[in-house]
Design a protein around this ligand. Structure first.
Ligand SMILES: Nc1ncnc2c1ncn2[C@@H]1O[C@H](COP(=O)(O)OP(=O)(O)OP(=O)(O)O)[C@@H](O)[C@H]1O
Ligand SMILES: [Mg+2]
Length: 536
């Protein structure tokens, strides 16, 4: 019996796995699949341009070839891909320049582009066409993926001289559908432009309609620094893997630890030696055992560390969010937070930016209770529920901010999660996992912005009340002045002027008496309700 069972034993490649489980890459639903493809191509272009220090210029075109059959062209002015990497970059899963690095980027897995190549191949049987311009050459390739082996199949079809640089990926897909909705490639690109004001993006839809999103700033965001991992974010297995792969460069574990991790000085090594006396810190890192690694990571938890360096995170920034929001919505009111970076899982730095737009263009666009999610400036349009951003924003008691019916209010809340590692819930990178450190920080950031909105709404309500009272009282002024004049025998014109001055004094200016005493009370109660924030 046992023999029969193992006759079925087989090995499979990661590409075969994702062919079978394409939903894990976001390829589920015809409309969504098309947006996911655009998402993978555009994020790659932005990453490549920024890493090469080039201001991104991106062109995306979707053409309908037949029923549920489309051709997508994505062109950028980035560095292109050298010939010896182009096959693996676009036709091999888990290959790329990002997975192994600890730096804020949009891509982080090495599956996005090759996932699209796979999806194109399994729905149309066609290879992807890639045109790479770099080092003075324009080379055109056909690339597909050998799914059984997870190996690229590359065919170079032309080569000529050029002065240009950049990558163009032309690929076709079936089983997808273009629709104009809030989950469409158009909306994806619109939101990308909102969070990436340094990028110029042009989009041509299948109806030939051209949308141009010009850049609103002329420089790339500061380049995020690559950092070393912090000891508090390291597991036993991580440590052992680091020791086996990078340990060969060092003679002793003590030197390896200092060079591999951030905040790990010679003094900290002495401290670790005291906490884990059985570990030989003088032996080669290659000789580190599981037991050693376990003792060292346990000791890591007992040392008082300086928090990881957080200047490696680059936000969109307040001014830019304001500018972008004004361009897109022109809201009546706009509040953007500026908060300092925090740490999750003990050692991974992250930061949350929040912008809230209210009224004006938000109302005109008929947007109600809209939550715009971003991770490292990448819009997240799908898997709304189960995402730390949506869940946190929805669970806020909006009534405390005079926004009782959040989903009916003309309000758009933008949340950008920034980190050297975004804990996505799946390989499709569509939602952020619910981790308490992350949820707490999102909540505090949103509440901070909401307080600004609340003050304004209370103020506006108070102003309306005062204006109404003033109008009512003013209605009786001339009759009253005339009556008082007859009674007293004094000049009713003068009396009227005096009465008007009294009304102006009472109902104008910062000390105007409305019925707004409740504002101060409300504010006090909010402050006391959110004091938890200060104790983070
Ligand atoms: N437009 C581009 N210009 C230059 N290099 C690119 C471009 N697109 C992809 N690459 C290279 O190909 C690699 C693989 O891309 P892919 O999208 O598969 O993975 P990734 O971007 O590293 O991570 P993720 O799976 O999270 O998207 C990238 O790491 C990058 O080195
Ligand atoms: Mg990618």
């Amino acid at each position: 019996m046992v023999k029969d069972m193992f006759a079925e034993f087989k090995e499979h490649s990661i590409a075969e796995f994702f062919k079978k489980n394409r939903q894990m890459l976001g390829f589920t639903g015809k409309v969504r699949s098309l947006t996911v493809i655009v998402h993978e191509l555009v994020t790659n272009s932005l990453d490549a341009c920024e890493e090469a220090g080039i201001l991104p210029e991106i062109y995306v075109e979707i053409k309908e070839l037949g029923e549920e059959h489309y051709l997508i062209t994505a062109k950028d002015n980035g560095p292109g891909i050298p010939e010896n990497y182009v096959g693996k970059a676009l036709g091999m899963m888990l290959a790329g320049t990002k997975f192994h690095r600890y730096v804020q980027q949009r891509g982080q897995q090495g599956i996005g582009a090759s996932g699209c190549t796979m999806f194109s191949y399994i729905t149309t049987g066609q290879p992807v066409k890639a045109i790479s311009c770099n080092d003075g050459k324009r080379k055109e390739y056909e690339i597909s993926i050998d799914l059984k082996k997870n190996k690229p199949v590359v065919n170079r079809i032309s080569e000529e001289d050029t002065e240009e640089h950049g990558l163009t990926v032309i690929s076709q897909y079936k089983d997808v559908k273009y629709e104009k909705s809030n989950k469409s490639p158009f909306e994806y690109i619109r939101r990308t432009a909102l969070a990436n004001p340094h990028a110029a993006i042009t989009f041509k839809d299948p109806f030939g309609e051209l949308s141009v999103f010009p850049r609103s700033i002329e420089s790339n965001p500061a380049r995020p620094l690559e950092i070393k991992p912090h000891p508090l974010g390291i597991t036993t297995h991580d440590l052992l893997e680091f020791a086996q792969h990078q340990g060969g460069e060092y003679r002793k574990i003590s030197a390896f630890l200092q060079e591999t991790f951030s905040r790990l000085s010679a003094n900290r090594v002495s401290e670790l030696k005291g906490i884990a006396p059985d570990v030989d810190f003088e032996k080669s890192p290659k000789a580190m055992t599981w037991e050693d690694a376990e003792k060292i990571t346990k000791a890591f938890q007992q040392v008082k560390w300086i928090a990881p360096s957080t200047d490696t995170l680059v936000p969109i920034a307040k001014q830019q969010i304001e500018l972008s929001f004004r361009n897109i919505f022109n809201p009546e009111l706009l509040v953007v937070t500026e908060r300092s970076p925090k740490v999750y899982r003990g050692g991974i730095p992250f930061m949350v930016e929040v912008g809230i737009a209210y009224g004006g263009g938000v109302a005109a666009a008929d947007k109600k209770g809209e939550i715009m999610r971003f991770a490292n400036r990448v819009p997240l349009l799908f898997d709304t529920s189960g995402c730390a951003i949506t869940e946190t924003v929805k669970n806020i008691d909006w009534g405390r901010y005079n926004l009782k019916n959040f989903e009916e209010e003309p309000i758009a809340v933008l949340v950008n999660f920034i980190s050297v590692y975004v804990p996505y819930t799946s390989a499709g990178k569509l939602a952020i996992s619910m981790e308490s450190d992350i949820e707490d920080e999102i909540r505090y950031a949103v509440m901070e912005a909401a307080r600004g909105i609340q003050k304004y709404i209370s103020g506006r309500r108070k102003a309306t009340e005062i204006a109404t009272k003033k109008k009512v009282v003013s209605r009786y002024v001339s009759q009253l002045a005339s009556d008082l004049g007859s009674l007293s025998g004094k000049d009713s014109g003068k009396i009227e002027k005096k009465l008007i001055a009294m009304i102006e004094e009472k109902y104008s200016g910062p000390d105007a008496e409305g019925d707004g005493g409740d504002v101060a009370e409300e504010e006090t109660s909010h402050e006391s309700g959110e004091n938890g924030e200060e104790s983070e």
